[in-house]
Design a protein. Sequence first.
Length: 432
Amino acid sequence: MTHDNQNRNSVTGAANPQSNQLDDNWTNDVLDLSQDYAMQTIAVRAGQHRSDEGEHSEAIYTTSSYVYQSAADAAAHFNGAKTGNVYSRHTNPTVRTFERRLAALEGGERAVATASGMGAILTMCLAYLKQGDHIVAAKQLFGSSVGLFNNFMGKFGVSVTYVDCFDNQAWEQAMQPNTRLLFCETPSNPLGQIADMKAIGDIAHAHGALFAVDNCFATPAIQRPLEFGADIVVHSATKYIDGQGRVLGGALVGSDELMQQAFVVVRSGGISLSPFNAWVFIKGLETLNLRMQAHCDNANKIAEFLQNHPNVEKVHFSGLKNHPMHELAKRQHHRQNCYGAIMGFEVKAVGNHTGQSAAWHVIDSTQMVSITNNLGDAKTTVTHPATTTHFRISAEARAEAGVTDALIRLSVGLEDVDDIIKDLARGLDSLS
């Protein structure tokens, strides 16, 4: 392996618009992934290529286009005879570094970055579905995902059936001859429910369908869905991969064959990630493992506090031993005692407060916690899903997904855990 203090060659070796495959100048990373490196080392060093300048930190290539040596050289890049960058809607060195690092962390052959998490889900649909196809999706999904399936994919002749993510029999029963994609979040939004990835993947593959998992809440620091039979991993990098609520971005991870189909969609549709945002995500990946451990340590303590509070009806968090999916979560999460840091809790009806008013009272009583719909941030955030993230879906669909008026979603941050608990206790204690 080339040592860290040696320069790498080539600035422009990259992917052509036909294949997105790398030329020989880009086949050797700063980190040789054929070696047996630990995840934290991969998170810090994988995917980076150095130019002749010898930069130590990853560069931001803020350029829309690239210069060729001659007219013949330009023609060769466009017709695929020669590899290299053509246009940053297609390929960009900074974006490529992020894609390579994320793919290495997930254990995938390749990643394709997009402008947002929803952009990744749209890319998935456009790449793998056509008119007349059928999706089986979990009821427990982010509201915008449901809206995309119902309002847009339906308009183009793709149907969808929703099932409980934890009901393996329901997944099997929902399969149709034209089913092409099974899709779930695990842990789910906003209740943190756990899907049996191995069982669902087996169902999908037995019927010739693809299985995609949104790994936004756990991240590869906690689980790697490809190891449990998923074909595609979906990310909203906006969340934990950034970790500080700064920029938008998304990604798909999987085999080179599947990702090539996704790349063609991104290239043609312009669902491209900006180089600056990619650089922010590269820096976020460097600390992802460390941050997720701290997030999870805080979340475990807060879940115990909420479970023991007299004004909390129920806590939805798989890290609690009495959670019905606790053992499944333990099997699927490779980091011990880490179950993510997103949880839902339902507030009891106390005094004049019932349902929504009780939840809003707790939220409005906080002084430090941020009232916002984002999650996966260093700062703890809280929201009322029924009137924010899930308000666009019908009341019936919310009920089926378990999103009650009394439900609060909490994204546990990196503040001192006692301060987070004190802030939540203000509203919970004052209900009575």
